[in-house]
Structure formats: C-alpha cells, structure tokens
Design a protein around this ligand. Structure first.
Ligand SMILES: Nc1ncnc2c1ncn2[C@@H]1O[C@H](COP(=O)(O)OP(=O)(O)OP(=O)(O)O)[C@@H](O)[C@H]1O
Length: 255
C-alpha cells in the first residue's frame, strides 16, 4: 500500500521525494541495556539533491544511513524510496530494490580481491541478472578515470583508485540514490576531491540523489545541504555552507 507522502513534501514537478524518512526511531537492545540511536527523524531528500549528514560521534549518522538504505530496519517509522515504502517489501523484493535503485560507497571499498576491476564493476549487473555490456563497463570506468586499469586486481591499486572502482561499481546500475558513508575518510585531500567531484556530478549531470555521511566540513561543502544530527534527532540544516560555516555549526553542536 502506498505510504502517504505529505503533499507539502512533493516536489514542484509533483514527484515524491527520492527518499522520505518518516518519524524513524531505532533502539538497539542488548544485555547492557537499550540505546536509542534515532529518536524520531523525519526528513525528505529531494530528487537530484546532494545532502551531507553530519553530527557528533554517536549521534546516529551511520544508523540513519543503514535504515535509509534498507540495510537495517528502523524500530518504528517508515522509509519510503521514490514512493515505495521499504517496510512493505519482502526480503527478496527489498534486495532487488536495493540492487536496482541504490548505490553504496563506504569507507572500506568492499571490492572483491579475486576479481579484476572490470569484473568488480560488472558484478552488480550480474547480480540483477543482467548481462554486462562491455561498452557500459568501460564507460563508467572512463567516467572515474580508470579505463586503463580494467584488467588489474584491487590490491594493485591505490586507495583512491579502489574507491573510484567502488564508485564505478555503484554507477553501473544508474541508481536513483547513492548512499555514501565516509567515502573519503581514508583518502588524501587531492583524491578526496576527485571522489567528491564524482558524487557531485552524479547529481549535476545525471540527476541522481546523494546522501553522504561525513565528519569532514570540506567534504560536506560539496553538498547542497548539510543536515546535522544530534543525539538521534535532526538538530538543524545549512544550505550551500562554506567549510568554515559548516565547521562552526558542528562546533556549536558539540558544545
Ligand atoms: N549494533 C549496535 N548495537 C548497539 N548499539 C549500537 C549499535 N550500533 C550503534 N549503536 C549505538 O547507537 C548510537 C549511534 O551510533 P551510530 O554509529 O549511528 O553513530 P554515528 O553518528 O555514526 O557515530 P560515529 O561518528 O562515531 O561513527 C551510539 O550510541 C552507538 O553506540
């Protein structure tokens, strides 16, 4: 059953937001007790927007990303991707939706060491039962500047090159939404800029939606908007902030 997306959150073109979080909470329970990692997050991510999620350590950023990407389930509340509520889907349908409509880029590149760069990039297509076209694989490798590395294995590449392979692998299915968790966390500043430029062009050139968790104000400044989490709730947001403005907002939160 379609989840009612509040009309106020529809875009000017009448489409639902790329991603809607409606009152999500997440409580982790263990022998040590319960932790309320998210305490009611309501937020919508517009189609074609680039949003950075920032907040102090433990504020719930990774939990939010995991729930938004359907990798974990919120305790209460709804996650709606392009009008499809994730909670209504079977595991099989959720996996299909994730493979077809979501791209993932994490700090650990998660490439398969035994496969070549080409086969790592082609893998998501194979997983969705599609036959990878050489032209498509080479096109995304060219997009990330690694066409000449198609035959290499991940261990033969630098960290930045491996992250670019991970981005190519996420691009190949042309996902509606990219989820990135600290995608530049392990990289030097020049390589980080290349990665952020690639994410930026996913929104600017291809109209994809990017949601990126980061600690780095320089990285967050590539986004259209920064959303600040504090203690499991949205504490505020900043549009088109400079790195200095973003850093100042973060230190206000940490006070
Ligand atoms: N699997 C888990 N079991 C129990 N508690 C958890 C689990 N995962 C996260 N938490 C707790 O939930 C809260 C939010 O964690 P989360 O990792 O989402 O924060 P974060 O903002 O991403 O932090 P960081 O910036 O340090 O990565 C923290 O108190 C954390 O200890």
């Amino acid at each position: 059953m379609p989840h009612p997306v509040p009309p106020a959150w529809h875009q000017a073109d009448g489409r639902p937001p790329a991603l809607l979080l409606d009152g999500i909470t997440k409580t982790y329970r263990s022998k040590a007790g319960a932790v309320d990692a998210l305490r009611g997050v309501t937020y919508h991510f517009q189609q074609g927007s680039f949003t950075a999620v920032m907040g102090p350590s433990g504020s719930g950023k990774s939990t939010l990303l995991q729930c938004a990407a359907g990798l974990d389930k919120p305790t209460t509340g709804a996650v709606v991707l392009n009008g499809t509520p994730l909670h209504g889907l079977s595991e099989v349908a959720l996996t299909k939706l994730r493979r077809e409509q979501m791209g993932f880029v994490f700090q650990a590149y998660n490439l398969l060491p035994s496969l070549t760069v080409y086969d790592n990039v082609a893998l998501p297509l194979r997983l969705t039962g599609r036959r990878p076209q050489r032209r498509d694989v080479h096109q995304v490798l060219q997009q990330v500047g690694l066409e000449d590395k198609a035959g290499r294995r991940p261990a033969e590449l630098s960290g930045g090159q491996q992250q670019r392979v991970a981005i190519a692998r996420a691009l190949i299915t042309r996902p509606a939404v990219f989820f990135a968790d600290e995608p530049t966390g392990a990289l030097d500043s020049k390589t980080s800029r290349q990665i952020l430029d690639l994410l930026r062009s996913a929104t600017d050139a291809s109209g994809q939606t990017v949601v990126m968790v980061t600690h780095d104000p320089l990285a967050a400044a590539y986004a259209d908007r920064v959303v600040f989490l504090s203690d499991g709730v949205v504490a505020g947001s900043l549009d088109r902030g400079t790195p200095q403005q973003i850093a100042a907002a973060m230190s206000d939160l940490e006070r």
